[in-house]
Write a protein that binds this ligand. Structure first.
Ligand code: MG
Length: 162
């Protein structure tokens, strides 16, 4: 049985993951509006992953005898001044998510919830990947700056994500 404290913290995380999905879908819409189809599809794939993250937390709370009650999801920003700015914002967002996951690990330890701790291990590793990927793309785009050719090549490369 999950503790109330652990349950409520995980429900907050469901909200954060769904907000992430919303944020990346908003970025996809921004890229769509600029005909950057590759970046849009990369962000759509990212949004889909975030809903899967939310589902992992949702399933865990249910499996541990908790009760999920969902909260309102904040509206994400609607526009970014460049593709580089959007990916930079994605990186900054993932850093915040990592801090939240690390806080959940602390709660799991203080609640002596070994199952939650083991489940969270996957997310600790996942966040290392998420941060590395977003920061790498942001840095490349920042180096490219306004070069139309460079942006076109990055759009093409990001569109190849499975
Ligand atoms: Mg996530």
């Amino acid at each position: 049985m999950i503790s109330k404290k652990m349950q409520d913290a995980l429900i907050e995380q469901i909200n954060a993951e769904l907000y992430s999905a919303y944020l990346y879908l908003a970025m996809a819409a921004e890229f769509e509006s600029q005909n950057l189809k590759g970046m849009a599809s990369w962000m759509e794939a990212q949004a889909k992953e975030e809903t899967e993250h939310a589902k992992r937390f949702y399933d865990f709370v249910n499996d541990r005898g908790g009760r999920v009650t969902l909260k309102a999801i904040d509206a994400p920003p609607a526009e970014w001044k460049s593709p580089a700015a959007a990916f930079r914002a994605a990186y900054e967002h993932e850093q915040k998510v990592s801090a939240m996951i690390h806080n959940l690990v602390d709660i799991a330890r203080s609640e002596k919830d070994k199952a939650a701790e083991v489940m969270l291990d996957w997310f600790v590793n996942e966040q290392v990947e998420e941060e590395a990927t977003a920061s790498e793309i942001a840095e490349k785009l920042e180096r490219i700056k306004e070069s139309a050719n460079g942006v076109f090549m990055m759009d093409n490369a990001l569109g190849k994500r499975e």
